[in-house]
Design a protein around this ligand. Sequence first.
Ligand code: GDG
Length: 461
Amino acid sequence: MSRLVVVSNRVADPRKSAAAGGLAVALSEALQSSGGLWFGWSGQISEADSGQGATVRLSRAGDTTLATLDLSQADHDAYYLGYANSVLWPVFHNRLDLAALERGDLDGYRRVNRLFAQRLAALLAPDDVIWVHDYHLIPLAAELRALGCSQRIGFFLHIPLPPPLLMAAIPQHEWLMRSLFAYDLVGFQSETDVAHFSRYVRQEGQAAQQGDDHFEAFGRSVRARCIPIGIDVAEFQALGTGREAREMGATLRAQHGTRSLIVGVDRLDYSKGLPQRLRAFRRLLQDYPENHGQTVLLQVAAPSREQVGAYAELRAELEALSGQINGEHGDIDWMPVRYLHRTVSRRRLPGLYASARVALVTPLRDGMNLVAKEYVAAQDPADPGVLVLSRFAGAAEQMTDALLVNPYDIDAVAQATQRALRMPLDERRIRHERLLAGLHRHDVHWWQREFLQRLSEPAHA
Ligand code: GDG
């Protein structure tokens, strides 16, 4: 069996899996069984031990080796805050207006990818299998190939791939897409992403698509497939039986009594559609006054990327909006919006989800969205809550038994929320049963096995 080498921007310590979440659990499972290596940024910024002088620190976590390196302040700012999170993230989420195209940031992005490749190449054995994750590291395989690495290399894009016209807003779009052809396999979250990839390479790369998932362009070939990520259903449900989740559930029930709880849990990010969601909740209170005193929206917005300007503005907008709604509609004994700008412990999340009659998962654009899946996994099958899900989340391709909505259409989201609040038990059970079956069929273990199986197949299978 070949050794698995995982490369991602950050390395999660698999020993802290309850904190790290399902992705870390799934990857560490594959890493442990092959005595693997996980390579990435340490999360530390250091001037002395970074850039060309950066040394790789090795540590052990069971049978897995963790290999991390520090970044200098300049590299971190240009690669992580700059090109990755102020160019690729907004454009890939259809927010051209937020893209900050600074030439120095591209240089930093290339420099850090080259540095990762140089340090990683020194640790590789000839028959290793390499799995690279996400938009921070698109050119990594090309850099490794330039150093003579001929191992099998796969790439999984966790975020959406935009349609060709939007992609073309990035001045280096051709270089980025050409970089993907240095991989043997590229995995996407949804069929929509694969269709965007296919259209791009046909239009811009004069590609020939040969067979289902095999593309030739730029004088090279790659396989590209939809391999949607799932969650670890069993792990998440087990978390739900733990003390912290049960206490969370009991606290919420005591606080809200007979009131219906609507929940939202997101990183505070403009892709998640949070202002639109709050406006839809305000519309619900305006159009369906029976919810007065009876319904509460609990929105957790976990702090994220606070050094990027667009995120600070969003935070201020959300705080103002929740204050307005509470001012307009609240009463002495009822606050319609509970807005929390903080992280809730992962062990308590299942209790929060289980107490909510409705979940609003309404991103404007999302690669997959794991909160939608976690909410379904946490429900009591005998009396389940209802998922209201954006049609622009990758999850909507699989979770067609949710109430699918256009998150920009405030009236429609308010109507769907009202329908979810009033949905009869029979219908809730049927929808939940089908959604849960889907979660089991395509869980995170399936995702990990499927990706590695496809990566191990010969190129012209
Ligand atoms: C990217 C893609 C894709 C959130 N708030 C808290 C908290 N969370 C956890 C959730 C969930 C995870 O973070 C968020 O996952 P998402 O899928 O919603 O979103 P991204 O972070 O944007 O992730 C996305 C994903 O990669 C995987 O491929 O689905 O589309 O954008 O697990 O539970 N966890 C804790 N406290 C919080 O307050 N502990």
